[in-house]
Design a protein around this ligand. Structure first.
Ligand SMILES: [Zn+2]
Length: 236
């Protein structure tokens, strides 16, 4: 292949070619802002460690945070005098053994943070999107070649209820600018669940944490998406 004829430029996006599952998972929990009695920084990070007190069939659990500047600790209450019979064996083990997944889940739990009057700085949270093929049960036999318009569905899973704006997530995953993404939605090539806009944060509050997004790709598009006269991917 001659230089300059390579197909994909670096900035090309990554549209789903087949139905996919996108799982939004945290990598690093948000930093928490609250008053620190030791210094003025007032920013705390999860240590990933729990403090557990078991007494007469009751369990107290805290997640330990540490001030980013003076290292003073603050315990975020997770369970208070909770009947141990109401806690699964697996959950209890997670607390007692400082399980990383359990600590991450607790430090990203917006309801828990609110209850503790801790202000989570969500911009400091890091997350990733795990993409995997998704085969619907009883999917039709005809291959995409027999259809003039191909639909790719993305099943979005946000089981941690992370307050991530759908527009930001899609722009990152598809390698599109905000403007290009809006054009995609306006042209009807990207169909969001009912009532959603690009500003929706799935999984937040009462919003569903699982949803399906649809992309309409015509067969002739191949590896690119055409929005009006503009082409994305190869000709970006
Ligand atoms: Zn401090």
């Amino acid at each position: 292949m001659k230089a300059g004829t390579q197909k994909r430029p670096d900035r090309c996006g990554d549209f789903p070619r087949e139905d996919e599952i996108w799982r939004i998972v945290p990598v690093k929990p948000p930093v928490v802002r609250r008053q620190c009695p030791g210094c003025r920084a007032g920013l705390f990070e999860s240590t990933g460690k729990f403090r557990v007190n078991a007494n007469k069939g009751r369990l107290d659990v805290w997640l330990i945070y540490s001030c980013v500047r003076c290292k003073r600790t603050w315990n975020m209450e997770i369970l208070e005098r909770t009947d141990t019979r109401k806690i699964s064996e697996q959950e209890r083990k997670g607390f007692q053994e400082n399980d990383g997944e359990t600590a991450l889940r607790s430090a990203c739990d917006s309801r828990l943070l609110q209850r503790n009057r801790a202000e989570a700085l969500w911009k400091t949270m890091e997350y990733q999107v795990e993409r995997s093929p998704w085969r619907k049960m009883g999917a039709e036999k005809d291959g995409p070649k027999e259809r003039s318009v191909r639909t790719c569905a993305v099943a979005l899973q946000n089981e941690y209820h992370l307050p991530v704006r759908i527009g930001k997530l899609l722009a990152g995953e598809l390698g599109l600018s905000r403007k290009a993404l809006e054009a995609l939605a306006e042209s009807g090539r990207l169909i969001l669940p009912e009532g959603w806009t690009l500003r929706t944060k799935p999984g937040e509050g009462a919003l569903q944490k699982h949803a399906v997004l649809l992309f309409l790709l015509s067969e002739s598009d191949g590896n690119q998406i055409t929005v009006g006269k503009e082409k994305y991917l190869y000709d970006y």
